[in-house]
Design a protein around this ligand. Sequence first.
Ligand SMILES: [Zn+2]
Length: 371
Amino acid sequence: MANARVALAFLSFLPAAPRQPDGEADGATRAEVFDEDLDRAVRAFQQSRGLSVDGIIGPDTARSLEEARHGLGDRLLYHAPSQPLIGDDVAALQERLSNMGFDVGRSDGIFGPRTESAVRDFQRNRGLEPDGRCGPHTLRELKRLERTVTGGRPDMLRESVRLLVRGPSLLGMLVAIDAGHGGDDQGVVAHGLTERDVVADLARRLEARLVSSGLETFWVHSDDESPDEAERARRANDQGADLLVSLHVDASDSPKAEGISCYYFGNARGSSAVGERLAALIQKELVSRTDLVDCWTHAKTWDLLRRTTMPAVRIEVGYLTNTRDAAALGSADYRANVAEAILAAIQRLYLPPEQDPPTGQLRVPRVATPS
Ligand SMILES: [Zn+2]
């Protein structure tokens, strides 16, 4: 906890000197006390980074604190395939390159092959040795050339351009389907149902519906395993999927918590423009085709959303811990509606605004399948 204090103070979320409660004797134990200031600072930090705001320094928050410590120029940046460099310095580099028109994909703070090739392009462009590594020379040249581009986020716009190029046809499009759990990992268990089985069935219905409309699907993992999010993202990336849909159900200590929500990649710096639009469409179609409560869409930096190179949406299709939601989740009609809503949202994502139908009304035709 003392480390978290130092990191948060460094990032200006917490005053540098910890508050000294009166009458406390031992300094060492005091540093361990999780007082209100620290709790508030952790929450403010989580809010600013698009993390779940719970005031708890779990693995995601600890990782973000670590990443936030790196400023551009603190270390040599390069592509290390087995253990990619991750941090705010990488994100800053990506933003600068992107602002100058070099294609880094999304500014996700991960130094991957695309960032490396953008660095090479930049170096070639500036007559530097094109080694794809960002050291002092490259950095000096970057700083020298940096122009302040306000407003536009070229990397975000590029995703939208790719959509326009594709056109409204869904034929041959590859959708990665991620059932949230599998194998021994049951997820939420409540009201006689397990999240694993509910989302596996939903995923199968979604697959059938997508395939019958001419799309192709990729199963991120088999039923008997539950890889971590980074591995799930890697598989979808390797497959070159156009979109990823991840299916989960929610849980809460409060039996009253209910409703549907969707998540896409994003934080205070920006978000995946297409991911955000797809999440909004799925959310609207789901809410209009079911009678579950609308719990809105949210930007998050969870690994699955962040490490995927295609637009990705995680859907929480109701609370298994809520009696009403659980009844819906247990019914075949509800699950069929969910699959239909997701397909309609995917189709709407590719329609030009003048052809975009009102929510809840689109019927995507089935295509003739070869017999
Ligand atoms: Zn889950």
